[in-house]
Write a protein that binds this ligand. Structure first.
Ligand code: ATP
Length: 228
């Protein structure tokens, strides 16, 4: 589903964040991206959904060359990619239902389908009973559930998460991880950057370690591999 060939990313300030990355990720995989702070994990991930463009090399997502994709085509491709962030990034003036429905409204989904899709997704993340609440009335874990619901309501083939449990306590982190596990069990590819050693070592999946912009380890059912 995703292939990178010799991908370099040099930012305008001269920092080289990825230094020749080659990787292949298949549909349905669950992949952790680990490595020290500043290693290039977020940059690696951002290039997958064209938040950043590679300086050189190729990135192909389901046959589409993400690097040379016209800006005007990016929103269309993003419909097939859900993205979850550490800081949730919910719209503060919209309630839970509206935050999730918004994704479908911008892609002009038939209004008749929106309600069912939103409610089914909120049911999956366990938030059906809080549809009218606003983000500032929710706990961090609940906000992350809304953010996950928003990312999957359009049934993307790929969900990318950058440190999704970074702001959450251990119990809540496990609840959130169980949702990602369920999403993956349903066939969605999950790619997750994380510093959470306990989770990586317990909920075993493929582990790709990045250091100084290079992949230094790529193991099925790998370990986190760093002391925190
Ligand atoms: N927009 C940017 N402009 C310039 N340099 C950047 C930019 N984003 C990241 N960098 C630099 O690129 C390098 C890799 O950063 P990146 O955020 O990809 O690392 P990371 O592994 O995700 O780190 P962390 O675990 O701390 O989130 C760092 O040196 C960082 O300072």
């Amino acid at each position: 589903m995703l292939e990178m060939k010799n991908v370099y990313k040099k930012y305008k300030n001269g920092v080289t964040a990825t230094n020749g990355i080659d990787v292949k990720i298949d549909q349905g995989e669950f992949v952790y991206i680990v490595g020290p702070s500043g290693a290039g994990k977020s940059t690696f991930i951002k290039m997958m959904y064209r938040e950043e463009k590679p300086t050189s090399g190729t990135i192909t997502l389901n046959g589409i060359d993400m690097g040379s994709l016209k800006n005007s085509k990016v929103p269309l491709i993003r419909r097939n990619i859900g993205v979850v962030f550490q800081d949730f990034k919910l719209l503060p003036k919209l309630n839970v239902y509206e935050n999730v429905a918004y994704t479908l409204e911008v892609i002009e989904e038939n209004p008749k389908n929106i309600k069912k899709k939103v409610m089914d997704t909120l049911d999956l993340v366990g938030l059906k009973h809080k549809v009218r609440m606003f983000p500032d009335e929710l706990s961090g874990g609940e906000q992350q559930r809304v953010s996950i619901a928003r990312s999957i309501v359009n049934q993307p083939k790929l969900v990318i998460a950058d440190e999704p449990t970074g702001n959450l306590d251990p119990d809540t982190s496990w609840e959130i991880m169980n949702i990602f596990e369920e999403i993956n069990t349903r066939g969605t590819t999950v790619i997750m950057a994380t510093h959470n050693k306990t989770i990586v070592n317990t909920m075993k999946h493929r582990v790709i370690a990045i250091e100084s912009g290079r992949i230094v380890r790529d193991e099925q059912r790998g370990d986190y591999g760093y002391e925190i």
